[in-house]
Design a protein around this ligand. Structure first.
Ligand code: FES
Ligand code: FES
Length: 153
């Protein structure tokens, strides 16, 4: 075990865990930030997506010891009131079905729009490609990303 000081959603958090612990389990089990979901554990589904700095990463593959003082943002910290433009577009389109994959989808979409505020259809497809939705909400996800980008109403 080792002590780590992490920057999570703008707050300093201390955890005492094995250095090889994936961030997914630090977030869910130690910090009770359960919006980040476990799907596959091998970077194949995107359910566990969070931001490291401005970049969307798979928290199941990032060890706590590799995070250092980089800022981690989870779905709980994306906006104070749940009113990030991507979250508002998600509500407008009523995207989720079972909801399981949706935090990961939103974190991937919000990282895309931060880097590229006006993505083309192909760029949206490429960015969202690694986030699997077993309910098949892909068309609504794409529409919501475009609404959040201001390219569709
Ligand atoms: S749980 Fe991390 S990508 Fe599937
Ligand atoms: S909404 Fe059910 S897995 Fe995506």
């Amino acid at each position: 075990m080792a002590n780590f000081t992490l920057n999570i959603n703008g707050k300093t958090q201390e955890v005492d865990v094995d250095p090889s612990t994936p961030m997914l389990w630090v977030l869910r089990d130690h910090l009770k930030l359960v919006g980040t979901k476990y799907g596959c554990g091998i970077a194949q589904c995107g359910a566990c997506t969070v931001h490291l700095g401005d970049v969307a990463v798979r928290s199941c593959m990032i060890t706590v010891s590799s995070v250092g003082n980089q800022e981690v943002t989870t779905i709980e910290g994306l906006s104070e009131n749940g009113d990030h433009p991507v979250q508002k577009a998600w509500l407008e389109v009523d995207v989720p079905q079972c909801g399981y994959c949706q935090a990961g989808q939103i974190m991937t979409a919000s990282a895309l729009l931060k880097k590229n505020p006006n993505p083309t259809d192909a760029e949206i497809d490429m960015a969202m490609n690694g986030n699997i939705c077993r309910c098949g909400t892909y068309l609504r996800i794409k529409k919501a990303v475009k609404i959040a980008a201001g390219s569709e109403s």
